[in-house]
Design a protein around this ligand. Structure first.
Ligand code: DHB
Length: 391
């Protein structure tokens, strides 16, 4: 097969890129080694920035987010056993939407199928070749066991945090920036009504907890845990005791409990691979960077990457402007590093280090007090959370 843009990875980044390119009349092929049903059933993030929602609506992916998504005008920061609302609408005039990443994926996969896009799920043995040549390629075995090769003008690695494409950039020509954290998130899905109208980000001396939502009857919650935690070691009762203890306070706030239908320990780290371009290959989304989940930037950052990448590829393909691809990394990385800082800041402000002293915990409370008591402080949080404007 010959195409203009070969895309490795059929998650939200790869599919959105393929969708945006097709609107400009540029053909692409997307491959992913996971079957579609596996991607649909992997629990992922839940919060979309206003611009992510606009991208889904304005480019005709689907208006399901408008119907099924839940607009949130703020969050609660909870510390010292009391909740403090950060009012996004008042501070920035913007909101976020609670709309699961799995639904974003379904909308995009359906839109590509509707529009005749070439998307191959469930392939195996993916290899990329000639990434610095004029016709890079993707080799793989398709779902029927037949070996295939796709040749393209541009190759995009949107293949997630365990990217194979990323490793095509020679070691001497790249830098990987890392930050590890001595904790992870324990995530659960719970069949219960909402415990609060908005998301509750909780600091406590026992560690962080996040009370999020999915639907009226299904809730998503997370709590900071040791990275070596085996979810099987935690009974439902132990999970509830820990979560209730972390959110407890003089106001009597308590979580609505129910059957836990899913549990997993999630990876937690900060990572950036630079540059985002090598020859005719471009990296996007988690293939190029990972943020810790606090603040829900990962999916939004991936969508922001491909919005910029689609523009640059349009200039490169349609206007034959060879400099267009150099603009991609420069524009995308500006947002990447702001998001890295925001996610790191939210993480370190709200999580407890295993060796934290009383000083450390009290200093964090001082920081949280100064954020909620200051219009400047809470506006920074609101701007970062709802998303910076596109550039
Ligand atoms: C969710 C995840 C996040 O990392 C976050 O900051 C907010 C919400 C979620 O999955 O609902």
């Amino acid at each position: 097969t010959d195409t203009t843009v070969g895309i490795v990875g059929g998650g939200p980044a790869g599919l959105m890129l393929s969708h945006l390119l097709s609107l400009s009349g540029i053909d692409s092929v997307v491959v992913d080694n996971r079957p579609r049903s596996e991607i649909e059933h992997t629990v992922r993030a839940g919060i979309l920035e206003a611009d992510s929602v606009r991208l889904l609506l304005d480019t005709g992916v689907s208006d399901r987010v408008r119907r099924d998504g839940d607009e949130h005008d703020g969050i609660a920061l909870r510390f010292g056993g009391a909740s403090h609302r950060i009012d996004f609408q008042y501070l920035t005039g913007a909101s976020v939407w609670l709309y699961p990443q799995t639904d974003v994926f379904i909308d995009l996969a359906d839109a590509r199928a509707r529009d005749g896009g070439d998307v191959r799920f469930g392939i195996s043995g993916t290899e990329v070749v000639d990434v610095t040549g004029s016709r890079p390629g993707i080799r793989f075995t398709d779902a029927d066991g037949v070996e295939q090769e796709i040749r393209c003008s541009y190759l995009v690695g949107a293949d997630g945090s365990r990217s194979v494409c990323r490793h095509e950039v020679p070691e001497q020509q790249r830098t990987h920036y890392f930050r590890e954290y001595p904790f992870a998130w324990f995530g659960i899905l719970v069949e219960a009504p909402k415990s609060a109208p908005e998301l509750v980000y909780t600091h406590s001396s026992r560690g962080f907890a996040l009370i999020s939502q999915r639907t009226e009857s299904l809730q998503r919650m997370y709590f900071q845990c040791d990275p070596d935690t085996d979810p099987a070691d935690w009974s439902d009762a132990r999970i509830w005791d820990e979560l209730q203890a972390r959110v407890a306070g003089a106001d009597g706030f308590a979580l609505q409990e129910g059957p836990i239908t899913s549990r997993a320990v999630l990876p937690f780290r900060s990572f950036v691979a630079e540059p985002m371009r090598h020859g005719s290959m471009l990296l996007a989304g988690d293939a190029a960077h990972t943020v810790p989940p606090t603040g829900a930037k990962g999916l939004n950052l991936a969508l922001a990457d491909v919005r910029v990448l689609a523009e640059c590829l349009e200039r490169a393909v349609l206007k034959k402007d060879p400099d267009a691809l150099d603009d991609y990394g420069r524009r995308a990385l500006a947002r990447v590093w702001k998001s890295q800082h925001f996610s790191y800041w939210m993480t370190t402000m709200l999580h407890t280090l295993p060796d934290a002293s009383d000083f450390d915990v009290r200093r964090q409370v001082g920081e949280l007090e100064s954020v909620v008591a200051s219009t400047a402080g809470s506006t920074y949080l609101a701007e970062g959370y709802t998303g910076w404007p596109a550039r």
